[in-house]
Design a protein around this ligand. Structure first.
Ligand code: SAH
Length: 244
């Protein structure tokens, strides 16, 4: 029996945004690994083992998934959104690099709709010109790196998608990020707070960055700071296709 390790993105929440390719991988799986709330999105059925784990156990989870795939099981590691965007795919490859005995395991990565794309679609087209994405979590990188990237992204006039803006354990990070962006001259920029996009709790608000408050974001929020040309057209927000 040949095992397979599939790293799949479940999209931002709505079942309709799970790709047919990912749905087929889930239907064929023997084992699902992932952070508990994401594993909970996979329907239980006979013959399917659900391995839900804590958010911080990414490397352990990846190694265990690889071990089962090497034994011949069809293992799917799930992430929300896209698995390559601040998610499990990198953790699996880190585990692979550390464990040469698994080099022979078949691996595939199946993309999903990442949160910034779902959020952008709700607002209009704020990512219609050049943009970047920054993870505000400082679990895996020092704050000085985050601050430098924010400053340079502002200077380059990118629209900026901010993932993981705020958690209960480090509520001050997002306040600092807003301050850095204000000092970098972004006070006027249209800023979108998109929470739980494509789920029943969805909420999307937009305002100027200088009026944004840290408590407008939580860990289910994706923030998009527009570029200097981002504008409104009725209820829509978009980045014009030309930059000066
Ligand atoms: N791999 C995921 C991102 C994981 S990081 C992806 O591609 O979307 C988790 C962060 O993603 C959250 O803190 C939030 O910023 C964002 N996020 C995930 N799902 C979201 C949703 N439905 N609505 C808004 N933001 C979301």
């Amino acid at each position: 029996m040949t095992g397979m390790l599939t790293i799949a993105g479940l999209g931002p929440g709505d079942e309709a945004l799970v790709t047919p390719e990912v749905a087929a991988a889930l239907a064929d799986a023997t084992d699902i690994f992932g952070y508990a709330p994401y594993v909970a999105r996979v329907s239980a059925r006979e013959g399917l083992v659900l391995h839900a784990s804590d958010n911080r156990q990414e490397l352990l989870r990846a190694a265990e998934a690889m071990r089962l795939a090497a034994e011949g099981r069809r293992v799917v590691v799930v992430s929300s959104g896209d698995p390559g965007v601040f998610a499990m795919a990198s953790a699996v490859f880190e585990a692979l690099e550390a464990s040469p005995q698994w080099q022979g395991v078949s691996i595939r990565v199946l993309p999903g709709v990442t949160a910034m794309l779902a959020a952008a679609a709700r607002a209009g087209a704020p990512l219609g010109h050049d943009f970047c994405a920054i993870n505000l979590s400082d679990n895996l990188k020092p704050w000085s790196v985050i601050e430098k990237r924010l400053r340079l992204a502002a200077e380059a006039d990118f629209a900026i998608a901010l993932y993981n803006p705020r958690s209960a354990s480090r509520p001050e990070g997002f306040a600092r990020a807003l301050e850095v962006l204000k000092q970098a001259g972004c006070g006027d920029r249209i800023t979108i707070f998109a929470r739980a996009v494509t789920t029943p709790e969805e909420r999307v608000d937009a305002l100027r960055l200088r009026d944004a408050r840290p408590d407008m974001a939580d860990m289910r929020t994706l923030v998009i700071v527009g570029n200097s040309a981002t504008r409104r057209c009725g209820r829509w927000i978009y980045a014009p296709r030309r930059a000066s």
